[in-house]
Write a protein of this length. Structure first.
Length: 127
């Protein structure tokens, strides 16, 4: 896997090996936010794939990801928390918890980060 980044005065252009990309700037997501978006996207796709593999079709699957950044150098995420808002007929909270643990174990992005970052998750938190 390979990506590229070209930095200009006020923006960064990212592209993958298929030349599909995004442009960020002062108004767009920062690289740290893009990392959290990657956690959200990969975790969501992994969970959805696991559910669909077992014959479930989520009516709703939304994720919110928050990261805590160290105050001292080196500045990095020290904690990441994933909040899942899921509605899926036929699955209770206990079953969802099982799927979330499997998701955490097999999601490539989460596994790439979890060796050094405390990762937690919540299911259908009250807002």
């Amino acid at each position: 896997m390979k990506v590229s980044a070209i930095l200009y005065d006020d923006r960064i252009e990212y592209a993958n090996s298929r030349n599909q990309g995004i442009i960020t700037g002062s108004e767009g997501p920062s690289p740290m936010e893009l990392l959290l978006m990657s956690v959200a996207g990969c975790s969501g796709l992994t969970l959805e794939s696991l559910l669909e593999r077992d014959g479930y079709a989520p009516d709703k699957l939304e994720l919110a990801v928050e990261g805590k950044i160290s105050e001292k150098a080196p500045r990095r995420f020290t904690e990441i928390h994933i909040s899942y808002d899921i509605q899926c007929e036929g699955l209770d909270k206990e079953a969802f918890e099982k799927y979330l643990k499997i998701t955490e174990r097999v999601c490539p992005v989460v596994q790439s980060l979890s060796a050094t970052i405390h990762l937690s998750y919540a299911l259908n938190e009250q807002k």
